[in-house]
Design a protein around this ligand. Structure first.
Ligand code: COA
Length: 426
């Protein structure tokens, strides 16, 4: 790792929008190519110097399943630049960063773009298997009469769409139900969850007003009028504990504590970072924002506490970096749900948990709340599944530089019981 350090040169993202609003008519490809094009323009990199593009997407389009390739072509990169798409659920963009970093470390490429996009306004709506079979048979029918006879088999219930759910295929539980289970089993109170949500909005708002987040965003020109969208539209200036406390629980209406206010919302957006070998960055006279020091992925039983992957991945990534949690100047933890953040932080701080799950004698360490998600998190800013890891990495890299700090930690929980952690250094 020390021989060929991977530099994070720059990052940018589109504004993040509640799905079904300003980016309603755009696709993930539209958002991703806008973001990648902007990154190329801002960094003034020679497009021919890009050796690879890797993008994350969790709910891919059936018509354009390789988002990475479409984004690269759409952004005007040379057609000779290979590109692919990864799916590690909500950690996809972080996985894309790890993939490009690996290519650079191996010496396969000198520079690459990693990121991701999601349009939850544009999820594929499926028909039932029976309806799909009828449609395929009708298409193959040799005459109009035969086609009509096949179509006459359609019954009203066949017309009911089969929309994808944000649920674990292996357990059937939704993410929200899993967060609810974690809150109950770990004794995470409603108040604690709402405090995390409030901090997310307060920090996000402060970083927006003072321009820190604005600098990371590119405008998206939305047809037909091509008006520029520049603002995140989920962030609330007026967030308060009172307003959060008034919201009803969503996933367990009677006894639950997880609400629309302390969950990440369904979001459209894209984000990307430019990575380079240290040598190449230096040769081009660039001052990297930060370097990738280590990363790790861990997985837990999805039938247990689904979103505890980060608590396992964090000590692994820290060990690989030869560092401790206490060395981290800033921590960015993706907020799928406040209950998941609180549960993971609690685990990291627990001696018992460290003994039982890690076989260690003492806790991994404490997460100083003043260093956690200092520019807001996914609850307030939004969470386009495939893009979040690149949003977090961009913000953390910029903030490390701004504070002249040394080490930063990224963690992202993901469907399937996985968690990804990455240590950045300056
Ligand atoms: C939680 C969830 C079901 C809520 O969906 P929703 O009901 O469409 O959410 P909305 O944004 O409409 O919010 C519901 C209400 O709460 C209000 N609200 C949300 N956040 C609030 C806040 N911080 N303060 C005050 N009110 C708030 C909204 O204004 C809305 O009020 P209204 O009904 O009067 O318009 C949805 O966001 C969800 O599924 N999130 C989880 C996504 C997920 O699983 N991600 C995977 C994570 S890895």
């Amino acid at each position: 790792m020390d021989n060929r350090r991977v530099a994070i040169v720059a990052g940018c993202r589109t504004p993040f929008a509640r799905s079904g609003t300003v980016f309603r008519d755009l696709t993930a490809v539209d958002l991703a190519r806008t973001c990648v094009r902007e990154l190329l323009e801002r960094t003034e990199i020679d497009p021919a110097a890009i050796g690879a593009v890797v993008m994350g997407q969790v709910v891919p389009s059936v018509k354009a399943p390789n988002l990475g390739r479409e984004a690269a072509l759409g952004a005007g990169l040379p057609k000779s630049v290979p590109a692919h798409t990864v799916n590690r659920a909500c950690a996809s963009a972080s996985q894309a960063i790890a993939d490009v970093a690996s290519l650079i470390q191996l010496g396969h490429v000198e520079a690459g773009i990693a990121g991701g996009a999601e349009s939850l306004s544009d999820v594929p709506i499926l028909h039932s298997r029976r309806m799909a079979r009828i449609l395929v048979e009708a298409q193959k029918a040799k005459s109009l009469g035969a086609r009509l006879r096949v179509l006459a088999r359609v019954r009203p219930h066949d017309l009911v769409p089969d929309a994808p759910a944000i649920a674990e295929p292996s357990t059937g539980l939704t993410m929200g139900q899993s967060a609810e289970k974690m809150a109950k089993e770990n004794g995470i109170t409603r108040e604690e969850q709402d405090r995390i949500a409030l901090a997310s909005h307060r920090n996000g708002w402060a970083a927006t007003v003072d321009g820190r987040l604005a600098a990371e965003k590119c405008a998206v020109f939305v047809p037909p009028a091509y008006e520029a969208v520049t603002a995140d539209n989920l962030l609330r200036q007026d967030a308060s504990m009172e307003a959060l406390a008034a919201l009803p629980p969503v996933f367990d209406r009677r006894y639950g504590t997880v609400t629309a206010g302390n969950s990440s919302p369904l979001t459209d957006g894209a984000a990307a970072v430019l990575l380079m070998s240290e040598e190449r960055a230096k040769a081009e006279g660039r001052e990297p924002l930060a370097y990738v020091r280590s990363w790790a992925v861990a997985a837990v039983d999805p039938g247990g506490q689904l979103l505890m992957g980060p608590a396992l991945a964090i000590p692994m990534a820290l060990d690989r970096a030869g560092l401790r949690l206490a060395d981290m100047d800033l921590v960015e933890m993706h907020e799928a749900f406040a209950a998941q953040v609180a549960s993971n932080v609690q685990a990291l701080e627990s001696d018992t948990w460290a003994r039982e799950k890690l076989g260690r004698s003492a806790a991994v360490g404490t997460v100083d709340r003043d260093r956690l998600n200092v520019c807001g998190g996914s609850i307030a800013l939004g969470h386009p599944f495939g893009a979040t890891g690149a949003r977090i990495t961009t913000t953390l890299s910029n903030e490390l530089k701004r504070r002249n700090a040394r080490f930063g930690l990224v963690s992202v929980c993901a469907q399937g019981g996985m968690g990804l952690a990455m240590v950045l250094e300056r």
